[in-house]
Design a protein around this ligand. Sequence first.
Ligand SMILES: [Zn+2]
Length: 322
Amino acid sequence: MYGYNIFHEDIINNLIENIRDGKCANAYIFEGEKGLAKHEAARLFAHALVCDDEKHAPCCECRSCIESKAGTNPDIITVGKEKDKTTIGVEGIRNMLTDAMNKPFYARRKVYILEDGGIITPQAQNAFLKMFEEPPEYLVFIIVCEHEEQLLETIRSRAVRVKFQRVSDDIVRNYIENKYPDETRVDFLVKYCSGIPYAADEIIAREDFETMREEVLSLVPKLLSKNKIHAFEAAEYFEKNKDTADEAYDMILMYLRDALVTSMGSPENVVNSDKRDKINILASSYTPQKLMKAADEIVFAKKMIERHIKAAATALHAGLKI
Ligand SMILES: [Zn+2]
């Protein structure tokens, strides 16, 4: 869309229509999970906001548009965390607001994209509220965040809230097929990413992903086994791989779910579609009750990890209980 990677065309079209109608707010919140191209959407929206030709924004021809596309428009300012800091504090916000009082260089508007609303401290958010008192007309803030609750209600209620939901499997598939024409795991990736297109980038970039998946999935029959000695083998794996225990449990849960949907007659809903043979064996070897019980124990193990119980202990506990 206008050369930007956008997964929510309806939302952006709507926002752009409003600009063309001369309707524009001083603050927007782009909320949604990681991996949905919210930042790219914010860049396109900012681009349209500063275009010289309001009725046809973004015209893609004016000086402002050309600079926006190149990422060099001085009237679009991206605000992230400062060097060596993990948050944006009062000082950072005050500096931004002081700068915001200077008129745009040459565009009609001046747009600040706050890359991560979740790292703005509550005190800094309070300082930010000053902006809403008498904002200059040219000023627009786009706050990108994962959860709206990360922002104070006083900010939320004064901004236009734009919610980015997970997208359809077709959009994810399109993204993967265009970007990775040689990828052979497309069906699996589409299901695994579950509506978050950029999740595919992370998986494809990880060389160890398939090895991990193989190893983790091979633990499932061990956890389900009546022979409890196998529970110790699962625990051994988690002892060696404690840092990725949470992800490993997610993989196990998906695999158990695959076996369940297969035994209930909906094999088309399987996520690990490249492991159908093994899933069929699981589905025919264990009752749905047993698979569900296993899933419950894995959910419990995940909770234990959150409470800092050793990963190996959680796996052993799950293996003995299932
Ligand atoms: Zn333009």
